[in-house]
Design a protein around this ligand. Structure first.
Ligand SMILES: [Zn+2]
Length: 705
């Protein structure tokens, strides 16, 4: 019987089997485990069976990795016991290159009946691996046998990777599709192509088929793990919530959890370095953590961006660890150089901050007054072949802007839930939520009528449930306007190879507290994609400047009467509508005027009294969490300003602010994550004023008497 390991308190080192070259070196298992333990990791996810179909133990069913002459899974488990490090067995469940699949029994086939290949180095078939069919019972049986072998070696659980649906067109899949929909599979399966969406009903059915296939496959693996050992953990790599992180199209983390309620955990990716993304992306998948029944694992770092035998700075590791943990996720360090003492110093600092503070991190829930809606049906069926540009960038830019202007916000997800949940928030942000069911529209209408506030951008309830354009918004009464048209406005300058100029602006007409910081006559950058609107009950604060219609001259274009910033009072609530894509502009360009616009509107809609008001650069992110069983609030502050590129400690900044906790909560003491003193006092209105040093990641713990 293996001991139950708590994945909600995991600090994970991920060691893929690729990290070892068994033919060149003797693997010093003790060194690996000891290094992990010394850096305060309590779990190693070990690559037991990899993408090429090799095991790193003497398997009876799979080939053993070249040069591997030891039972490394058992070895890691045994040494792990000595150091208090639990081992989770990683099993690639979707690919094979050298096992039985190489003989073609379980291969996934493309539309033409050819094997789907992955991971080829050039055209060398020796360095290719192949997708397997998740609908093939033989492949499932094979993965079950591997699972039994890995579990027999005493791991605390299984972790299944590559549980994907590789757009398989094998006879088994074709037959299953016929039985499910009474028709043949569609000729094209690539949803990134416009042709795929020509028949939206067919596209939607095909996506349903993929989703169901995956969920059933994942469920079978979780079930098998628990049948083998009811105490073992069964975890799945769910990619991510966003397509950007390989998620959301086949199926999504939330659909997986709903379908397999007894799974024990999942991992989502955060490929900052290896996909060249800026640092703020680290928290993107963790944003959704509170919507899962367990603490998801998220990558802190991914092999130093393609150099797994190098390291990143300790500042970067602390920032990214803090970002994940502050959102309720758990840190997992992927294929990192464990033999580099310079790099491990930072890991130890980051993981120690977590390990030494588990009591303030456990069982906490986000406290937020603002919610930004992520809408899965809109992402899939409105986003279609351009999910990232049409939908995700709008959402992600809004997340980035809300974080940069120090807002306590949650993601509302996957569908706008029952009315009770909306009421928990003072402000709901809806970026490009093009598809809303009648029930969802009615819930929003009711929320605003009763005093809730909205910030709406871009399309809103303008498309039907299959993503086809209707035209006007189903919520036009709430917006105070009709949507009468939409178009992209750009001009291309003949020289220089620049991107087309958007050249669209909001021209400020009126001084208003929602536009604090802007003057009458100011120009605020707008996206090239604009919606035409006609006012009904709404009020316009800005007209629209569009690009000149006679390039190549690049003067300020003509002013048109369509409003670009609208206010509406609806019942007791207030609505600000921006019929453009400010989130997308901020995602792509981080223009300060756009941040100032969003910041000013949010502040106005919160009556100038947010729960937490920070005096800090926009590179300080925060989250406020409530720990019910200890009755305390925890305010996380993460500073990613300054250089994250030097290995040494780059030093703290000072952050001050005001926290408005509920009146019944009497603060008796304020502690910190790193034990550094904080100066604080309670003001006459009951709010707490504080000043604290933040060295990349800090947390304030507000204790009651
Ligand atoms: Zn198949």
């Amino acid at each position: 019987m293996v001991a139950r390991f708590d994945p909600a308190k995991a600090r994970v080192f991920i060691i893929d089997s690729y990290h070892f070259d068994f033919q060149r070196e003797q693997i010093d298992v003790e060194m690996y485990v000891r290094t992990a333990a010394e850096a305060r990791a309590n779990c190693i996810r070990l690559g037991a069976y990899n993408h090429y179909g090799y095991a790193i133990y003497p398997s009876k069913v799979a080939p053993v990795a070249p040069g591997c002459n030891l039972d490394y899974v058992r070895e890691f488990v045994e040494v792990g016991k000595k150091y208090g490090v639990s081992i989770i067995g990683y099993i690639n469940a979707g690919m094979d290159a050298v096992g039985p699949a190489a003989r073609g029994e379980f291969l996934a086939l493309d539309e033409q009946g050819n094997p789907r290949r992955w991971g080829a180095v050039g055209d060398d078939p020796d360095w290719s691996t192949y997708f397997m069919c998740p609908n093939n019972p033989g492949w499932l049986d094979y993965v079950r046998q591997i699972t039994d072998e890995v579990m027999e070696r005493g791991v605390v659980g299984t972790y299944f990777d590559e549980t994907i649906e590789p757009r398989c067109f094998c006879p088994i899949c074709r037959q299953k599709y016929r039985e499910r929909f009474g028709k043949e599979m569609p000729p094209s399966s690539d949803w990134n192509q416009a042709e795929f969406w020509e028949d939206p009903v067919q596209a939607s059915e095909y996506l349903t088929f993929r989703c169901e296939t995956l969920l059933e496959f994942r469920q079978a693996l979780v079930k098998h793990t628990h049948q083998n050992n009811p105490d073992a953990l069964a975890m799945i790599n769910c990619g991510g919530f966003l397509q950007t992180y390989c998620g959301g199209v086949g199926t999504s983390p939330e659909e997986t959890v709903e379908f397999i309620p007894d799974m024990d955990g999942l991992l989502t990716e955060a490929q900052i370095r290896c996909s060249g993304q800026p640092i703020w992306h680290a928290s993107e998948n963790a944003l959704f953590a509170d919507h899962l029944p367990f603490r998801p694992w998220v990558h802190v770092e991914y092999g130093a961006g393609g150099w797994p035998f190098s390291s990143v700075s300790q500042a970067e590791l602390i920032v990214k660890t803090g970002m994940l943990v502050a959102r309720g996720a758990r840190p997992a360090l992927f294929n990192y150089h464990l033999r580099n003492p310079r790099g491990m110093e930072g890991v130890k600092k980051a993981f120690s901050l977590v390990a030494d503070n588990e009591d303030i991190l456990e069982n906490t829930k986000s406290v937020a007054e603002v919610a930004v809606v992520f809408h899965r049906p809109t992402a899939r069926l409105y986003g279609r072949d351009k999910i990232t540009e049409r939908y995700e960038w709008c959402f992600r830019g809004m997340h980035h802007a809300l974080a940069s202007c120090h807002t306590c916000f949650d993601v509302l997800y996957p569908r706008i839930p029952e009315l009770d949940k909306l009421k928990n928030f003072r402000l709901i942000v809806l970026p490009s939520v093009a598809i809303l069911s009648d029930a969802e529209q009615e819930a929003i209408r009711h929320y605003v009528r009763e005093g809730g506030n909205l910030l709406v951008t871009g399309e809103i309830a303008t498309h039907d449930s299959l993503g086809n354009l209707i035209g006007n918004s189903g919520l036009s009464d709430v917006l105070g306007c009709h949507i009468t048209g939409r178009a992209e406005h750009t001009i291309t300058i003949a020289s220089g190879g620049f991107r087309p100029y958007a050249h669209c602006y909001a021209h400020v007409l009126d001084r208003h507290p929602a536009l604090s910081g802007f003057e009458v006559g100011d120009y605020i950058p707008l996206s090239a994609w604009l919606l035409d609107v006609e006012l009904t009950t709404g009020k316009s604060l800005a007209s629209t400047i569009r690009p000149p219609d006679h390039p190549p001259m690049v003067g300020l274009g003509p002013e048109v009467s369509f409003p670009s910033i609208l206010l509406n009072q609806f019942g007791e609530g207030r609505v600000v509508y921006l019929p453009s894509l400010p989130g997308r502009v901020y995602f792509e360009y981080e223009l300060p005027d756009v941040l100032m616009l969003i910041s000013s509107i949010v502040r106005w809609l919160l009556d100038g009294k947010p729960t937490v008001q920070l005096e800090a650069p926009c590179t300080v992110e925060m989250s406020l969490r409530w720990q019910e069983h200890k009755e305390r609030y925890i305010l996380h502050l993460i500073d990613w300003s300054g250089s994250l590129k030097t290995l040494g400690d780059s030093g703290p900044i000072t952050v001050s602010g005001i926290v408005r906790l509920p009146e019944r909560f009497q603060v008796a003491d304020v502690g910190t994550l790193d034990g550094k003193p904080v100066s604080w006092n309670q003001r006459d209105d009951g709010s707490i004023q504080f000043e604290v040093p933040v060295n990349k990641w800090q947390a304030l713990v507000f204790q009651t008497g």
